[in-house]
Design a protein around this ligand. Structure first.
Ligand code: MF3
Ligand code: CO
Ligand code: CO
Length: 277
């Protein structure tokens, strides 16, 4: 059986208990989440054909530095970059490099900032120039999958309800849900209990309670769900090389539903984003 603990008094390590945060925690997570979201907003003006992903990585680092925040991925389990950039058939954990983005690519940028010890974790898709309709449709299905998962979050619901909302929608759209990576508790730790699976059945899993904070971050494929990790130890790709997309929000369970900490300050939802000034 899962146990729930007061985040203000429990020891700060992942020991399988679920932390319940209070008002101060939610306020701090709002600040950290809004910083990640503001960075993702600014990237909409930067992601273009010809831009290498390590330029995106540098931007994420610099944007954080200007706001007294560090990227959580820097030095995390040997990862050496400030963000993950996952292009086309890359499912997640793509490592930024010097290769330019190409017209027609779809790319996920995943940003986690640590601000005053609090982790704000969010990712979005970007369309690089004009993309094929099938790719844009996958991006739309993935965004809608995330939002349907968020829509069921409230006290008394379960993690299985979230997974079911995502899986049933994505599969009805003839897409598949990646099983090998999941959402996670987050707050004063980067990856905490519980795991948030993006598939499942209503009523299964862990009951949601007010004060829980976690990410929902479905990875949805146009082809089959299976993935493999490349020899760099990080880059996860679809085994059938079909396109994959992902969006991620950090949310907190309230008395009546949830608060999304990582909503876009500019009101960006699903691309195409408005063309910058
Ligand atoms: N931000 C990712 C997540 O959503 C984690 C990236 S860990 C890294 O949980 F080391 F790959 F960067
Ligand atoms: Co995450
Ligand atoms: Co993330």
């Amino acid at each position: 059986m899962v146990t729930y603990v007061d985040a203000d008094t429990a020891p700060l390590k992942n020991n399988g208990q679920i932390r319940l945060y209070g008002r101060d925690g939610f306020d701090a997570m709002h600040r950290a989440g809004q910083l990640a979201a503001a960075c993702l907003d600014a990237l909409a003006d930067i992601v273009r054909p010809g831009v290498p992903t390590d330029v995106i990585d540098r931007f994420v680092y610099d944007f954080g530095a200007e706001h007294n925040a560090l990227p959580a991925t820097l030095g995390y389990r040997g990862y050496t970059k400030s963000t993950c950039t996952s292009i086309n058939h890359v499912v997640c954990h793509g490592i930024p490099n010097e290769k330019p983005l190409k017209e027609g690519d779809i790319v996920n940028v995943d940003v986690t900032y640590v601000l005053d010890g609090w982790y704000g974790d969010s990712s979005r898709m970007y369309l690089v120039g004009e993309v094929k309709r099938a790719a844009e449709r996958l991006v739309e299905v993935t965004y809608e999958s995330l939002m349907r998962g968020i829509a069921v979050v409230k006290p008394g619901a379960t993690t299985g309800d979230i997974g079911y909302a995502i899986q049933s929608f994505a599969e009805a759209e003839r897409c598949s849900v990646v099983r090998d990576f999941c959402g996670h508790g987050v707050g004063r730790l980067f990856h905490d209990t519980p795991n948030i699976l993006h598939y499942g059945n209503p009523g299964e899993g862990v009951e949601l309670r007010p004060g829980m904070i976690f990410t929902i971050e479905p990875m949805i494929n146009l082809g089959r769900p299976h993935v493999k990790v490349l020899s760099d130890g990080w880059t996860a790709v679809t085994r059938d090389r079909s396109l994959s997309a992902q969006f991620e929000h950090t949310v907190g369970v309230t008395e009546t539903g949830c608060e999304i900490f990582t909503l876009s300050p500019r009101g960006y939802t699903c691309p195409p984003y408005p063309v910058g000034a």
